[in-house]
Ligand binder design. Structure first.
Ligand code: 3HC
Length: 293
């Protein structure tokens, strides 16, 4: 079965990015959110990204309009009925995801493939909310979705191999490089990234270096686009804390244990760039200033 129409549930940072790359890849795409205001906000951010691509002459005005024409925003779950694959990118909470997929399962034909963009929950546990765990995969994208080239395609012990191969091919059609991962908490990227980010906080706690020096070390010494503390602010400290706790629960290994400073920053609401404050102060977003603790 070839994928012809794509559904995306969630039009936040990740969902709008997934919807954008899907429409750019030529798929008619329906993106669903809970309120018209959130649908509009997501579509506005896509418009901004597409306008930037026109400015840079990567696409022309006509292509922009074609891409935009393939995108439909909705608040009705029923509008996803005719989609061949539905990618979920809603809040990172198991009960919400299970409830959503239970409802989609009742709504969609048996042939529809379901995918979750979860970064840390167990795909198997989400899939068992449906009667089609064999047609269920993880498709884990990276922020910012239109820019980052990777998608992790995650199979569970129940995923049908033919469905899995179709989703690997779908990842390529979206313009991403798919990597194959088993349904192990954190998959490949977060298995490696989370301990690295937590170690950067531990290095700061232990006085090994300043915020700027830790970041510059990895930027200039290892060629990373962002230092780890800047990346933590970018991903969100609350998000990282949440993922780390799930990984620690699963593996019981110190490398996944949240450092006390991370917990305290999350408790204080210093969640990074989106909160205006994390390891850096973003009062002037163009010139973030390292915090003093
Ligand atoms: N949407 C669309 N395009 C964007 C964008 C966004 N949100 N942010 C940046 N861009 C584009 C810019 O338009 C620019 O395009 P151009 O080069 O063609 O003009 C390009 O990306 C570079 O942007 P900037 O010049 O503004 O800034 P940088 O060169 O610093 O790049 C970055 C920004 C791409 C975010 C880069 O710093 C980077 O790659 N950082 C690391 C990001 C990363 O590691 N992401 C993964 C996080 S982990 C995750 O998502 C998994 C989860 O489970 C935790």
């Amino acid at each position: 079965m070839a994928i012809q129409k794509v559904g995306v549930v969630g039009c936040g940072l990740m969902g709008s990015g997934i919807a954008q790359v899907s429409a750019q890849a030529g798929f008619p795409t329906v993106v669903r959110e809970v309120s018209p205001e959130i649908v509009d906000k997501g579509l506005r951010s896509i418009d901004k990204n597409l306008a930037r691509l026109v400015e840079k002459a990567i696409i022309n005005e006509a292509q922009k309009n074609e891409i935009r024409g393939r995108l439909k925003g909705t608040t009705a779950l029923e509008d996803l009925k005719g989609c061949d694959v539905i990618v979920e990118a809603i809040i990172e909470q198991l009960p919400a995801k299970r409830e959503l997929f239970g409802a989609l399962d009742a709504l969609c034909p048996a042939s529809t493939i379901f995918a979750s963009n979860t970064s840390s929950l167990t795909i198997t546990e989400i899939a068992t909310a449906t009667k089609r765990p064999q047609r269920f995969v993880g498709l884990h994208f990276f922020n910012p979705v239109p820019v980052m080239k990777l998608v992790e395609v995650v199979r569970t012990i129940a995923t049908d191999p033919a469905v899995y191969e179709e989703m690997v091919a779908f990842g390529t059609k979206l313009g991403k490089t798919p990597v194959r991962a088993h349904d192990s908490t954190g998959f490949i990227v977060n298995r490696l990234l989370v301990p690295y980010l937590l170690d950067a906080i531990r290095a700061l706690e232990e006085g090994v270096g300043s915020i700027e020096d830790i970041d510059n070390s990895m930027k200039l010494g290892c060629g990373h686009p962002m230092g780890p503390l800047t990346l933590l602010d970018f991903v969100g400290l609350d998000t990282t804390y949440y993922i780390a706790n799930i990984m620690f629960d699963e593996f019981r290994e110190r490398r996944f244990a949240s450092p006390p400073l991370l917990k305290r920053m999350v408790l204080a609401g210093w969640n990074g760039r989106k909160a205006g404050r994390g390891f850096y102060d973003y009062s002037d977003p163009q010139k973030p200033k390292a915090m003093k603790f």
